[in-house]
Write a protein that binds this ligand. Structure first.
Ligand code: ADP
Ligand code: MG
Length: 377
């Protein structure tokens, strides 16, 4: 059943009436620019076909009722004015946070998604933005400004989920357009849509390694970066360069983290140039360099993900490249490659990669120009 229809039917089943509407937000895959958003850097994410649908309708005064269709119809019912963060956080936290920030009640929501959760494709940002859109529609408010919606969604990650993330995921989900990468300056929130050449494709392959304690690792990396900027006397690592880092008396670990960030920002700029000139070989080299840096300098990869990226890179050869995507410690690998190589590369991965525990391999193919080829497997 298509996603929006699943949300509609789930709402009708849970609340005994038809919803008044269904809101949607996509997930996103970050092509390049990893762990740089919270350093005020430049990033290049792209929305994906998979996303979150939220059916909405009326509920009693001072009440939000929510049902998580993907969590065995789990229910939550709260007054947004008095709701407080839950410990530990759960799916309800995102709904409560978004409703409280919107200052809105009298709404029933049914939520379902098609993004594998915890795999680096931002199911949480997608859910927050979809809930935000549903709340705005229910309030008959104007279509929310993408940057405002993104900022609310990030605040919810910080205050309600305890993840001190940057703004990339939320902006990619709220402002991204299908078939285009979104060049985002995380300092100014300026965006530029960079359409991918029609003969390029994006492939997202799940390693099958589930992230554990990811928010702890994430927050630790973030604090390494903040400490580097502080010691360099700069507002953020965005303002540093390799020479400044080399000259400073930094702890070796902090130095490695800082070097990754400044070089990764340069790679994003080069990647935009490669898209604009249709130079997929250069784009592929940048992806490989990004992976090596995340593995060796930022130390957020794991052997299974390295193996998957290597395998993809060997199969793709000069027709593009691959790297880990998302926060790390498991999750997905993204490959950007010539569209006419997709079938061959997909077959090679299916033959040579085995996900831990024999899990079924999940491969998503996203086409250029808004033409998503959909899930092949
Ligand atoms: P990701 O990288 O996918 O964003 P997170 O751990 O940040 O991983 O977010 C996953 C969490 O977001 C889930 O554990 C759940 O609480 C919430 N979530 C995402 N999608 C849904 C959904 N369709 N229904 C309910 N909760 C969801
Ligand atoms: Mg998330």
């Amino acid at each position: 059943m298509p996603l929006l229809e699943r949300a509609r039917a789930g709402f009708a089943n849970a609340f005994g009436q038809e919803p008044l509407g269904v809101a949607f937000a996509p997930g996103r895959v970050n092509l390049i620019g990893e762990h740089v958003d919270y350093n005020d850097g430049l990033v290049l994410p792209m929305p994906i076909t998979a996303g979150t649908a939220v059916a909405w309708g009326p509920a009693g005064a001072d009440t939000v009722e929510a049902v998580a269709l993907d969590f065995n119809q789990a229910r939550d019912r709260f007054n947004p004015a008095t709701a407080a963060p839950l410990k530990p956080p759960g799916w309800e936290s995102y709904v409560r946070g978004m409703a409280q920030l919107a200052g809105q009640s009298g709404v029933a929501l049914a939520i379902t998604g098609s993004i594998p959760q915890g795999s680096g494709l931002s199911s949480s940002a997608s859910m927050c933005v979809a809930v935000g859109r549903a709340l705005a529609a229910a309030a008959q408010a104007a279509i929310p400004d993408p940057a405002e919606l993104a900022q609310a969604a990030r605040q919810v990650e910080h205050d309600w989920a305890g993840v001190h993330c940057g703004i990339m995921d939320q902006m990619a989900v709220a402002a991204g357009q299908p078939g285009a990468a979104l060049l985002l300056d995380c300092r100014t929130l300026q965006t530029r849509q960079i359409a991918l050449p029609a003969d390029w494709a994006v492939m997202v392959v799940q390693s099958g390694v589930v992230r554990e304690l990811a928010s702890g690792h994430y927050n630790a990396r973030r604090s390494d970066c903040e400490s580097a900027a502080r010691q360099l006397g700069l507002p953020a690592l965005r303002d540093a360069d390799p020479a400044i880092i080399a000259a400073a008396d930094l702890d070796p670990v902090v130095r490695r983290r800082a070097l990754h960030v400044v070089q990764e920002i340069e790679r994003v700029k080069a990647a935009v140039g490669a898209i604009e000139t249709g130079d997929i070989e250069s784009f592929g080299r940048l992806l490989r360099a990004s992976h090596a840096s995340l593995r060796d300098l930022f130390e957020v990869s794991v052997p299974q993900v390295d193996q998957l990226a290597e395998l993809l890179n060997a199969a793709i050869c000069r027709d593009g490249g691959a790297r880990m995507t998302g926060g790390g410690f498991g999750g997905a690998v993204v490959a950007v490659l010539r569209a006419d190589q997709v079938a061959r590369v997909k077959a090679a991965v299916e033959q040579d990669y085995s996900a831990p525990g024999g899990a079924r391999l999940s491969i998503m193919i996203e086409g250029a120009g808004g033409q998503a080829a959909g899930k092949l497997k």
